[in-house]
Design a protein around this ligand. Sequence first.
Ligand SMILES: [Fe+2]
Ligand SMILES: [Fe+2]
Length: 189
Amino acid sequence: MTTPLNSQPKKLRATLPVKHDVIVLLKQDHVEVKKLFAQFEKLAEKDDIQGKVKVANKICAELIVHTSAEEEIFYPKARAATHEDGLLNEAEVEHDSAKDLIAQIQQMNSQDPMYDAKVKVLGEYINHHVEEEETEMFPKVRRSKELDLCALAAKFTALKKKLMDQLIDSTGEVNPQRLRAMIGNSASH
Ligand SMILES: [Fe+2]
Ligand SMILES: [Fe+2]
């Protein structure tokens, strides 16, 4: 075999995707959860109870994992880099309100007439929170140039995977009991 082995790594490097930083990943999560809220609305309109509960559980799982990983990996570094304590405190209070609502949704019967309203209001909360993160917090973090955002991306991804693995059971779906247990732990956080 005469293929010049030393030319291969260069080729491979050229085809590798751009390395994402943590802010790119956070924004991707925001887009994904917005799509899930839109799916929920469609299923609720069709009165597809099984379908909407499955999506609601997925929304709650994604949000618990995302907010927990933000609080553990991103927020402390963002606070240290920007010194924007007010902004970070507000974001943490918004996380707590979202978690309260998620806990209420998880304790509700899906036939409860308030179920859809709770999920819808959670979507509105999250929209507001995401808007503040994306227009205020993230630009300040990026401008500070103090953080290794790619290293944070790796930590964020690893923690998210670890948490999500705890929530998915052998059926490949979010396990509501495990989700409720994680919400309990995260609320006392
Ligand atoms: Fe976020
Ligand atoms: Fe957040």
